[in-house]
Design a protein around this ligand. Structure first.
Ligand code: SF4
Length: 698
């Protein structure tokens, strides 16, 4: 059926509006939605090519498949058989080993409705909190940082603050490649306002740092030292807002003592940047009328991720740069609906509407609302803990939805061993490409983008409605419907929704009276308004904390103090280089969608190692030589790219590539550290100790 729909891009957390049109021959055309406030008609290379991922259905999973045991091949089965067997296995395991013997591992690409039903199923009816998502790998340090400082996982700003700021600090991020449309707004704001000062901190020279007035090319792992040093300069130069600090924050005295412990020269030495540049950056922040910060994986994916977040948020709190136009912290989300997932409580330590698992009153509200069993107090397993528990045999079954952990989890060889050891693996996916499918006992084909309706929330709390344009191929079903059908097979009530709109209405009702209240929202409102920012009880909320009352019990924001030492894996004579991993412009996560678009492969067709020429020379490595990167966890073999864009002593690998022709030699996560932040449980993807050598044919 030919037609057109307005929807949202399903890649990054910027959440651009897209108009998709289908002609009579089923050919699709996409363009940026000119009326959408996020992108105003613009799309990046990934968004512009999104329709190709749907038009080419050669890789799509069309029917449920199942195998009797791991020595048998999988065979096509009916939905009824696939779900009946899965329910029977889950029931047997739960009866024998308890509810914590099963787990769901979902994705920041799931729609809010999908997140809602799977969270309700495991917490409210199975009786375990074993649900986590790949958002744990992306956002959990920011979530914990916001909660500890502002009292809630609540991004206080909006994208319109970009045009209103006169100083922007981009920390540990390359938005020119990873959040391109947001970056185009930064570029346009800078072109329109010569007063706008841009600071970028990143160990690499990138397209983003090229636009900066100050590039702080820090050594990996030194962000807290840098932020503390900037804080010290701000205090010493009289730029701290003492009225704001006194009235609206707590913890300043201890913070002041902490940041005064290191001289600027000492901090500069540790960070590997000139002291003058730190002072210059602090001066820009101190003079700003509106100071906005943006960050992503460079801070979040760290063994000190929460403290890195807090050290940056502290700069806003000591200068009063929050709760006003053009000012505040803006964590950029890697995935399109990581925030929507958190709204429904889709992490192992959360309940719907940001309620706390440890709060008995919160648990009671939710369990009474759902009408299932008691929700356990004990947090469930996080992403990496799930795979450790599979490896040890404590966890028996895992249901993986819309994510490819064999490429995206750290220490990938261990994740592979874990799945090999699992008693039962269910994979719910759209494509047969993801490497994880190799370990599935049951494969459930899912509908993709524009094949189902639902909602997502972007990085500025903007909830958008995604319309359905065409049917899913074969027997693929929307993810929410798959989970609801399974829940009914398990015999649970409350999953007989007539439509996604009914699921959404239930979610909205459960937010009533919370800080993220969207009880005034429905599909009708979203269809009429296209998008709104939460909280929404009748009108959209552009900014939070404009009254400077925070969501902490005292209403004061908390300035935290902590040591600045990094606790990543130690370098050694055997493994003397720091490996940092990241993303390239035209690929998305594990390439299960972008990898099938020819145009997107043209930018960078193969994985590579970025290495400083001095480090290369010391190892007799020339440009394009095949090199081996290794440590005690595994090895990677790719071509070397010599560049002084990276600091000496640091090497960079892109994270997208998985198995190619059965070889995993381009998979960066063969090498990444299995350390996690103790507070957020987010892995330390940005700092692993490795050795690099030229590949010699045996
Ligand atoms: Fe999609 Fe992000 Fe690109 Fe926007 S910036 S088109 S949301 S990938």
């Amino acid at each position: 059926m030919a037609g057109a729909v307005k929807t949202t891009c399903c890649y990054c957390g910027i959440g651009c509006g897209i108009v998709v049109q289908e002609d009579r021959n089923g050919q699709l055309k996409v363009e940026g939605d000119k009326d959408y406030p996020v992108n105003k008609g613009m799309l990046c290379s990934k968004g512009m090519n999104l329709h190709y991922t749907v038009m080419d259905s050669s890789d799509r999973l069309l029917y449920p498949e199942m195998r009797a045991n791991r020595y048998q091949p999988r065979k096509r089965v009916s939905w009824d058989d696939a779900l009946a067997r899965t329910a029977a296995v889950f029931k047997t395991l739960i009866d024998k080993y308890g509810p914590d013997s099963v787990a769901f591992y979902a994705s920041g690409q799931c729609l809010t409705e999908e997140y809602y039903v799977v969270n309700k199923l495991i917490k409210g009816f199975i009786g375990s909190n074993n649900i986590d998502t790949n958002s744990r790998l992306c956002m959990s340090s920011a979530v914990t940082g916001y909660k500890m400082s502002l009292g809630e996982d609540a991004v206080p700003v909006c994208y319109d603050d970009i045009e209103l700021a006169d100083c922007i600090l981009v920390a540990g991020a390359n938005p020119a490649w990873c959040h391109p449309i947001l970056w185009r707004r930064v570029e346009a704001a800078k072109a329109a306002n010569p007063q706008l000062q841009l600071i970028v901190s990143d160990p690499r020279i990138t397209q983003s740092s090229a636009l900066a007035d100050v590039h702080l090319q820090v050594m990996p792992g030194t962000d807290i030292v840098l932020h503390h040093a900037i804080g010290r300069v701000l205090i010493e130069q009289g730029k701290a807002d003492h009225d704001f600090i006194k009235q609206h924050t707590s913890g300043f005295a201890a913070y002041r003592e902490t940041v005064m412990q290191r001289s600027i020269e000492e901090a500069a030495e540790i960070c590997g940047v000139p002291a003058a540049l730190i002072i210059k950056a602090a001066g820009m922040i101190g003079r700003a009328r509106g100071f906005l910060s943006m960050w992503t994986m460079g801070l979040n994916q760290s063994v000190k991720g929460v403290h890195k977040n807090l050290s940056l948020i502290n700069l806003h709190l000591i200068t009063g740069q929050i709760g006003k136009p053009g000012a505040g912290p803006l964590s950029l989300t890697g995935q399109p609906n990581a925030m929507g997932g958190r709204e429904v409580g889709g992490l192992s330590n959360l309940l719907p509407a940001h309620r706390s698992l440890e709060n008995p009153a919160h648990r009671k509200v939710v369990q009474d609302f759902w009408g299932g069993g008691a929700i356990p107090e004990k947090p469930g397993l996080t992403a990496t803990e799930m795979f450790e528990a599979l490896e040890s045999g404590q966890l028996k079954a895992i249901w993986i939805m819309c994510t490819n952990p064999l490429v995206s989890l750290p220490d990938a060889k261990r994740a592979e061993a874990a799945l090999r050891n699992a008693k039962f693996v269910v994979v719910q996916e759209i494509s047969h490409k993801p490497e994880t499918l190799a370990y599935a006992d049951v494969i459930l084909p899912a509908a993709g983008w524009i094949e189902k309706e639902g909602t997502m929330t972007n990085a500025e709390r903007r909830i958008s409605y995604l319309d359905k344009l065409r049917p899913a191929p074969g027997e693929a079903l929307p993810d929410a419907e798959i989970i609801c059908r399974f829940a009914q097979k398990m015999g649970y009530p409350g999953f007989d929704y007539a439509s996604p709109a009914e699921i959404y209405a239930e979610h909205c009702q459960l937010t009533k009276g919370t800080n993220i209240d969207i009880s005034g929202l429905s599909y009708e409102v979203l269809k009429a308004q296209r998008s709104v920012q939460w909280p929404y009880t009748g009108s959209s909320t552009q900014r939070l904390f404009t009254d400077h009352r925070f969501y902490t019990p005292s209403t004061k924001a908390v300035i935290h103090s902590f040591p600045d030492e990094n606790e990543s894996e130690a370098l050694s004579p055997d493994f003397p280089l720091i490996l940092t991993t990241g993303r390239i412009r035209d690929q998305w996560h594990t390439m299960s969608k972008t990898g099938k678009v020819g145009k997107l492969k043209q930018h960078i067709p193969n994985a590579f190692l970025e290495i400083h020429p001095d480090d290369a020379a010391a190892r007799n490595i020339a440009q394009d030589d095949l090199v081996v990167i290794e440590n005690k966890r595994g090895s990677v073999r790719v071509k070397a790219q010599l560049t002084s864009n990276i600091k000496k002593g640091v090497v960079f690998l892109p994270m997208h590539w998985g198995k190619i022709l059965n070889s995993d030699l381009q998979r960066a996560n063969n090498l990444t550290s299995n350390l996690v932040d103790p507070l957020s449980k987010q892995p330390d993807f940005k700092y692993s100790a490795v050795a690099v050598s030229r590949y010699e044919k045996p």
